[in-house]
Design a protein around this ligand. Structure first.
Ligand code: FES
Ligand code: FES
Length: 157
């Protein structure tokens, strides 16, 4: 079966296998930033934006996304310039082994798209579907707050 999918702004045609998930399709076609974790919807490592909303791509059949739009972590940077969230994750030390980072960035992007001024509780809630074995989650919340400060023109010094 063939599908058309717009990935990171580029419309592409893919031949998919029966039962193939969006996670499997994206990884085998070069979007390695989409991480394979639990493959059961529990860890958030595979999150992408599907038509603007974060989903766990391991739970989405590739056949169901024909004609839709996906943004992976590779699509968050703008022509090589990191997005404010990406910069803030680096600057706060929220990236350790980095395995959870793409999913965290997708979840945080979804959150800020829906709620441009989230409270700390709302940030924690927004990242609650993403597991991290390294950081204890404090750094990621700090990173989102730092990105917000910078995006709103504040001084983070
Ligand atoms: S790999 Fe998809 S939620 Fe864990
Ligand atoms: S930084 Fe290692 S799993 Fe989150």
């Amino acid at each position: 079966m063939n599908i058309e999918l717009t990935v990171n702004g580029v419309r592409r045609e893919f031949t998919i296998a029966p039962g193939e998930t969006l996670l499997e399709l994206l990884r085998r076609t070069g979007y390695k930033g989409v991480k394979k974790g639990c493959e059961a919807g529990d860890c958030g490592a595979c999150a992408v934006l599907l038509d603007g909303r974060a989903v766990n791509s391991c739970l989405v059949l590739a056949a169901k996304v024909d004609g839709h739009t996906v943004i992976t972590v590779e699509g968050l940077a703008d022509d090589g310039t990191l997005a404010p969230l990406q910069e803030a994750f680096l600057d706060t030390g929220a990236v350790q082994c980095g395995y959870c980072t793409p999913g965290m960035l997708i979840a945080a992007t979804d959150l800020l798209n829906r709620n441009p001024r989230p409270s700390e509780e709302e940030i924690k809630e927004g990242l609650s579907g993403n597991l991290c074995r390294c950081t204890g989650y404090v750094k990621q919340v700090e990173a989102v707050k730092l990105a917000l400060t910078r995006m709103n023109g504040g001084n983070d010094a």
